[in-house]
Write a protein of this length. Structure first.
Length: 145
């Protein structure tokens, strides 16, 4: 007899649904922002690993005594295949032999030579981050005889 007085209370109101969608949107935005920050850190880690590989290569060539006074390319000439196939993570290009010694750019490892007080050649290996700026401490890595 009083059935028409009972209301059907199934489902959510429009305001409840809008609040849930807003919360999900905020969480997605925060997650995306954290994800892109982690991607940049990973790319910079790859460049640091490439610099470490080149530094180790130069050190091993110095220990073997196979580096002549011909410059940087001579230093890594014997094992240039170790330097090839390194990926620049910022543009996804494979680093070629001459990219190791070219002008500084994002994701490139730049090798320079200087002389110490005894006249010995010092190789400095400097990686560059995604903005083309030299990475700081402990870089540049130095190799000398």
């Amino acid at each position: 007899m009083f059935m028409y007085l009972q209301k059907n209370k199934k489902g959510f109101t429009l305001i409840e649904l809008m609040v849930v969608v807003a919360i999900i949107g905020i969480l997605a935005l925060l997650g995306l922002r954290l994800y892109t920050g982690q991607q940049e850190k990973a790319k910079e880690s790859i460049v640091k690993a490439n610099a470490s590989t080149i530094h180790t290569l130069i050190q091993s060539e110095l220990a073997d005594g196979s580096i002549t006074s011909g410059g940087i390319l001579t230093a890594i000439d014997c094992d240039v295949n170790d330097c090839a196939n390194m990926e620049n993570p910022f543009d996804n290009n494979i680093v070629e032999e001459d990219s190791v010694t070219t002008d500084a750019a994002a994701g490139i490892v730049f090798v320079t030579t200087t002389s110490d007080t005894d006249g010995n050649t010092v190789y400095q290996v400097t990686p560059y981050d995604g903005k083309g700026a030299a990475m700081g401490d402990p870089y540049p890595l130095q190799a000398r005889r």
